[in-house]
Design a protein around this ligand. Structure first.
Ligand SMILES: Cc1ncc(COP(=O)(O)O)c(C=O)c1O
Length: 366
């Protein structure tokens, strides 16, 4: 039996252990420390965001953004429906109300539905959380322009899209806030963790305050507000620093894997997730659409060959949790969900691995 091919397993660079050893030697096994500062500086420098705050997860980073922006009970927060729950659960943490927006042919949030939502909702939404799905760019310039014109805060969920760009700018830097995730399956991982970025230094300072239990600047523990324990530990940041050193290389590897799949599927008439003009995705996961629309049997066939795959993310408006929530719907994301599959895309894959996956799908279809 072949070695199992996973969707996107961690890929260590070699320096992680070295930096962890440095942390142990300094005995700074704490939240915060020199590696946290260094990790934040590296993400800031790479993305061009003026400020960065390392957090315990991407979900925590989104929560901090909403809290700093003053989103609370009764507020409407618009969000991509075609996303992962971590993108929108923080709206519920703040007792605000999510309203979902469907995708367009790019698979990402449809700007025309965004305009429709803003025009038709009886109350003005306070913020939009737009997801850059599978590491590919949404029409972020257009979306940012709509938000600016309408006075809606923009949070970019770039959890899956670190290292991806639109035009000259990195995803995550178009909005009021951007977030990245370093969960175990992401392009870079710290085993778990996230990063909040913004050009607004005051907001990031405030986010840091909430992320460290909202402790006032006193010698004793003093609180006027409540916060969270949301900071990243120095040990995990050491892993992050080592991972960041190879980000450009990882993006190039993911894009190469995508190209291999594209070539393998060309003659089979299988389509892959598009990339919008002027953008450069990180191709975090290669994702395909099956004409006969039966992801389950393909996923089972791949599993029998020791290959991990997964349906596309089930849209939020199809989740029982959000039965009562509004959706500006055009049927796109539900149709994608019905026929799409995420394929192994780990940066240690070789071309023959990709061919093995494609061959298994080919055999299953005949
Ligand atoms: C689109 C998206 N948003 C948010 C998250 C949440 O990130 P984390 O797992 O670091 O909390 C993830 C991934 O896990 C994600 O894929």
């Amino acid at each position: 039996m072949h070695k199992r091919l996973f969707l996107s397993p961690p890929h260590m660079t070699g320096n992680e252990q070295k930096y962890i050893d440095e942390v142990f030697q300094s005995n700074y096994i704490a939240p915060l420390g020199a590696f946290v500062d260094r990790f934040e500086e590296m993400v800031s420098a790479y993305t061009g965001a003026k400020h960065a705050l390392a957090t315990s997860s991407g979900t925590a980073a989104i929560h901090l953004a909403l809290r700093v922006l003053g989103i609370g009970e009764g507020d409407i927060v618009l969000a991509s429906t075609f996303t992962f729950i971590g993108s929108v659960a923080p709206i519920l943490y703040q007792n605000a109300t999510p309203v979902f927006i469907d995708s367009d042919a790019s698979w990402q949030l449809d700007p025309s539905l965004l305009k429709k939502a803003v025009a038709e909702l009886p109350k003005k939404p306070k913020a939009l959380i737009v997801t850059h799905l599978y590491g590919q760019s949404a029409a972020i310039e257009e979306i940012a322009a709509i938000c600016k014109e309408e006075g809606i805060y923009l949070i970019e969920d770039a959890a899956e899209a670190l290292g991806a760009s639109y035009g000259e700018k990195q995803l995550g830097t178009f909005g009021d806030f951007g977030i990245y995730s370093f969960n175990g399956n992401k392009i870079l991982t710290t085993s778990g963790g996230g990063m909040l970025v913004s050009d607004n230094g005051e907001w990031v300072e405030k986010a840091k305050f909430y992320a460290t239990q909202a402790r006032e600047d006193e010698i004793h523990y003093q609180h006027k507000e409540y916060g969270y324990n949301y900071r990243m530990s120095n040990v995990l940041a050491a892993i992050g620093v080592a991972q960041m050193e190879l980000l450009s290389e990882r993006v190039a590897q993911k894009r190469t894997i995508f190209k291999w799949y594209e070539a393998a599927f060309e003659e089979m008439g299988i389509s892959l997730m598009p990339e919008i003009d002027d953008s450069y995705g990180n191709r975090w996961l290669t994702t395909i659409l099956l004409e006969d629309g039966d992801p389950t049997s393909v996923i089972e066939a791949l599993d029998k060959q020791n290959i991990e795959s997964r349906p596309l993310w089930k849209p939020m408006h199809m989740q029982p949790l959000f039965d009562e929530n509004l959706i500006f719907d055009n049927g796109v994301s539900s149709a994608l969900f019905a026929s799409g599959v995420c394929l192994p895309s780990g940066t240690e894959m070789r071309e023959e691995d990709v061919r093995r996956v494609a061959q298994c799908i080919r055999e299953h279809r005949v």
